[in-house]
Ligand binder design. Sequence first.
Ligand code: MN
Length: 418
Amino acid sequence: MVAPRVETQCLHKTAHPLIPIRGVEFFQGTLDSTDEIESARVFDTTLRDGEQSPGTSFSYDDKRQIASVLDQMGTHVIEAGFPVNSDAEFEAVRDIASATSSTTCGLARVVDGDIEAALDSGVEMVHTFVSTSDVQIEDSMHATREEVVQRAVESVERITEAGVTCMFSPMDATRTDEEYLLEVIEAVTEAGTDWINVPDTCGVATPGRFRAMIEKVCAHTDARVDVHAHDDFGLATANALAGIEAGAAQAQVSVNSIGERAGNAAYEEYVMAVESLYQCDTGIDTTRIAELSEIVEEKSGMDTPGNKPVVGDNAFSHESGIHAAGVIENSDTFEPGVMTPEMVGAERRLVMGKHTGTHSVRERLVERGFEPTDDQVRAVTRRVKDYGAEKRRVTVDDLERFAEEAGIDRQSQEEVRV
Ligand code: MN
């Protein structure tokens, strides 16, 4: 456990704007091509795959609250749960379906009882799945390839007959024999599925390989294609984006990337990459991302690491002298420029510690009403660095004490004397 040694304080307090900020036009250099994709939909699985994180269990109220924020933000699909799992789960899915304007999705195995429970819950989309890799067909399902195709087709037919949107997933697609995978995809397309989700269930895809795979899948179906990535090698968001570049219409993501094992592609990373790097409007109100992340962190019991992209405490924090000095002058110097804390409802912070430089200390002293000379700034900076190097928190009170010990005048005292 590393003790926090820095005091964080807001540089700029920003009220959440009513209209989402997007499309910041700042691109220089070699990565300025932003036209690879035209649209990217968001399928959130925080309440289903996210809840399958070891140790995580959402209550009925937790699910309702998270779904409500996802809905208000404009999330296209909310996978609310697995209705056959329990009465409480069924009620949560049912009530989310009736309370939200997002498309609510319920998960079902290719089993009659699962599909009927999902249909009874009143969801607008049923997501049915079956293993297609030989390892899972043999040692998880104890079935044959022929039985898998038959059950997949029958399930898709049952869901589409019921008049709801059908999503079919060949589970473990990335470890499935390609010829057989395409046979399954053609069979469920023929049966009328609206969506085919391509899951990288065990997280073995790489962006280049996944891209080629999704292009092939798109060529073998007229259903819309969706992708589901896992982060076993830290590639989940990259793979989701590769899928979108290859022609998938939608990616499955979870807030804070919670989910089975190392988790899923992160909602916040995917949405902000699409918005900021591809300059493509998702329709999501990104200014509530920080709030959403905090709710999921609390309800899931999974702490968000400080260095987590977009939502970690350090995502818009600066300590080192060169970076902090640059950011004080223009935040584009050492931030992406195309993604600001305001865009995700967060705040930029300058933290004091071992790597703090004089610009940062001067800025903070002036904020506190001091009028330091250059020598006094250098003296206080030395104290801050030494104190921070001992892994101690450098608080605002510490800074004031250092300033007073260095004999720095306060503006207000000057005014009183005058
Ligand atoms: Mn999964």
